[in-house]
Design a protein around this ligand. Structure first.
Ligand code: NAG
Ligand code: NAG
Length: 446
């Protein structure tokens, strides 16, 4: 009898100890990482009308898929249990027919917590939040024209790279947008339906990317020429063969325009490794003087999926792979945006959070929105690459490519060690390069 009681107490004590350990690690986590900025990010969408149960204005929309597919009560309970989620989440919609999926509006912090608990969490990427030209300089430009925070708010004044062509392989571009006046942006091809080419942006993503690369007000290389190659559909998905066709187009363009200054910006994200895609992007970089820039991907919230080396073309050693930083406000330090993939294949980071973007909306040519992801860090680096090409005369020798030479300059001029909690070496992912894009003054490159 006595023995039994002691056993029971021991078991209870163990259970209690376990609870305390897991609970305190969770709340520690919150206390260490949750800042006011996380909770109420500047300019994040707030819509009191439709999200009236929100307790703060700090919401991003995410799609959450339950791993066990049991019930969404369980998912609701989980959201309620996590402090980071409970204080600032609204369930928007639930889907049950194909998979058990819910869309929620919440903080990035909550999204990361859910991902750590095994839920598949992706940003619900289309967020129309405004129609007016944002205040200039936009946050991204204000961050990348200086090494240290705080942002100085000074106007962005850099070389326009008018002699460089940037290819955007994406969903098409709304080339009538105010950001792209004077015919700087044009339709080059549609590899999806080449026989009846669609000359608009079928999704919006391509216009957003083009505006970061070369927008007249909000872009990095504000005078560059943009050629749009549509390789993806209205769902934002691309078939590999349509992408390969787009790379072929660029190779042929180069063959008939040898010596031209060109950059390829590719913000589509694969979820698997493809030797074919790695080879194709690598060969384009090796066989032309086009600088090839690609996105690291947005699976970084889950450590088992965070290594950019495991995807394509981000895992190719022959391209410039771009991760996303948090585009911080004054007073805070820079960091990786939680969804950005990382690891040794990421060459450089650029702002990726709440980026101001041009966006198609009905017949409007003056619509803007904010969104997040490595998709938008990528064209920022592509724009910087265009400026480097425009202000230098680089000649690759031997097995060097123009991509290599431009990457060397991007690295030399980058702001070093700014990302404060870039994951260190661990069992799953090797250490990342801690470099943040810094677009130096015009004369530096000359
Ligand atoms: C456009 O794409 C189609 C299909 O891939 C290809 O046959 C055609 O040559 C491309 N046009 C240009 C200008 O590259
Ligand atoms: C180009 O493709 C071939 C395979 O066709 C591959 O062996 C080679 O490594 C690729 N080059 C680069 C730079 O990726």
């Amino acid at each position: 009898m006595k023995t039994n009681v002691w056993i029971l107490i021991a078991v209870l004590a163990l259970a209690w100890a376990n609870m305390v350990v897991s609970y305190s690690s969770e709340s520690d986590d919150d206390d260490n990482e949750l800042t006011d900025e996380d909770l109420c990010d500047e300019g994040a969408p707030m819509d009191v009308e439709t999200h009236n149960s929100l307790k703060c204005s700090c919401t991003t929309s995410y799609i959450v898929t339950s791993p066990d597919q049991h019930s969404y009560n369980r998912l609701f309970k989980k959201i309620d249990k996590l402090k980071a989620c409970r204080d600032c989440s609204t369930i928007k919609r639930a889907f049950t027919d194909v998979l058990l999926i819910v869309s929620i509006e919440t903080t990035e912090k909550c999204a990361i917590k859910l991902a750590k608990k095994g839920y598949l969490v992706e940003e619900n990427s289309v967020q129309e939040v405004g129609a007016a030209l944002p205040t200039l300089p936009v946050k991204l430009l204000d961050r990348i024209d200086q090494v240290d925070l705080p942002r100085d708010g000074a106007s962005y004044d850099r070389n326009d790279a008018t002699d460089v062509t940037i290819f955007i392989l994406d969903t098409g571009v709304l080339f009538t947008h105010d950001e792209f006046t004077n015919g700087r942006v044009s339709f080059y091809n549609d590899t999806v339906t080449p026989n009846s080419p669609i000359m608009v942006d079928v999704n919006g993503h391509g216009t957003r990317c083009a505006s970061v690369a070369a927008g007249a007000n909000i872009g990095v290389a504000q005078g560059a020429t943009v050629e749009s190659i549509r390789v993806a559909g209205s769902d934002g998905l691309a078939a590999a063969d349509d992408v390969l066709a787009g790379l072929d187009d660029i190779q042929r363009w180069w063959n008939s325009n040898p010596g031209s200054k060109c950059v390829v910006s590719y913000s589509l994200i694969s979820t698997s490794f493809s030797t074919t895609l790695n080879y194709a992007f690598g060969n384009l970089s090796a066989n032309t003087d086009c600088v090839v820039v690609v996105a690291a991907g947005n699976q970084g919230a889950d450590i088992s999926m965070a290594d950019a080396c495991n995807y394509s073309p981000s895992g190719s050693p022959d391209v410039i792979t771009v991760g996303g930083s948090r585009n911080r406000m004054n007073g805070a330090s820079d960091d990786r945006i939680g969804i950005s993939n990382y690891g040794p294949c990421v060459d450089i980071y650029a702002p990726a959070r709440n980026i101001d973007l041009a966006a198609p909306s009905g017949s409007s040519n003056s619509n803007y929105l904010r969104s997040s992801g490595t998709s938008f860090a990528t064209p920022a680096v592509a724009g910087a690459a265009a400026m480097i090409l425009s202000t230098t005369s680089l000649t690759p020798t031997g097995s060097e490519t123009m991509t290599d030479l431009v990457l060397d300059i991007l690295i030399a001029t980058s702001a070093k060690d700014k990302l404060t909690s870039l994951p260190a070496s661990n069992a799953a992912v090797l250490p990342s390069n801690n470099r943040l894009l810094n677009v130096v003054s015009n004369t530096y490159y000359a």
